[in-house]
Write a protein of this length. Structure first.
Lengths: 113, 115
């Protein structure tokens, strides 16, 4: 299995630009998570989907952030407009069911200048 | 809401020695999972070990073992025969077994292996 695949690995963008991060979960996994990692706040959940439906989006910082999961094999996290404080590593993770562990992608390092 | 606390920001250990990383958590639930994840410089999050709260027996994976004290809400990780490749950030994480599948992470412990 290829594991959870995220793209791009690195993204540098200018403040005000739109940024889209992509994630392909492991085939057969029913839940998908977006996490953000920063030095100040550690690993925090942004949103999670179960069977393509958003279940908990309480971690989404503000309206500039949006996430979609149009099908079981693809999800996006969009930031519009981006700000320097959005600079972080964004992880996508998936799990098969409630009894198994989460598998993480390699993350996208976002830098907003 | 559940919280996870790792009180040791940094730890170091001599190669081949044993080290224990601490983790405590707070929850009102009785059924849950606990995990230790390793994050090397490559930043990949790698599962080290998991523990189901209903199991009294402590989980073991080769050189890695846990000391799970449910009443004390403590979940420490012991690494035996430490190797240079064990150098990484280690995160303790909690997951409920009641609906919400999200992981709640501690702040991490940076482990250095001294050759």
């Amino acid at each position: 299995d290829a594991g959870v695949i995220q793209s791009p690995r690195h993204e540098v963008t200018e403040m005000g630009q739109e940024v889209t991060l992509r994630c392909k979960p492991i085939s057969g996994h029913n839940s998908l998570f977006w996490y953000r990692q920063t030095m100040m706040r550690g690993l925090e959940l942004l949103i999670y989907f179960n069977n393509n439906v958003p279940i908990d989006d309480s971690g989404m910082p503000e309206d500039r952030f949006s996430a979609k999961m149009p099908n079981a094999s693809f999800s996006t996290l969009k930031i519009q407009p981006s700000e320097p404080r959005d600079s972080a590593v964004y992880f996508c993770a998936s799990i098969r069911d409630s009894y198994t562990e989460a598998f993480f992608g390699q993350g996208t390092r976002l830098t907003v200048v | 809401a559940q919280t996870v606390t790792q009180s040791q920001p940094e730890m170091s250990v001599q190669e081949a020695e044993t080290v224990t990383l601490s983790c405590t958590y707070d929850t009102s639930e009785s059924d849950y999972y606990l995990f230790w994840y390793k994050q090397p410089p490559s930043r990949q999050m790698i599962l080290v070990i998991r523990q189901e709260a209903y199991k009294q027996q402590n989980a073991t994976e080769n050189r890695f073992s846990v000391n799970f004290q449910k009443a004390a809400k403590s979940f420490s990780l012991k690494i035996s025969d430490s190797q240079l490749g064990d150098a990484a950030m280690y995160f303790c994480a909690y997951r409920s077994n009641f609906g919400n599948e999200k992981l709640t992470f501690g702040t991490g412990t940076r482990l250095t292996i001294i050759p």
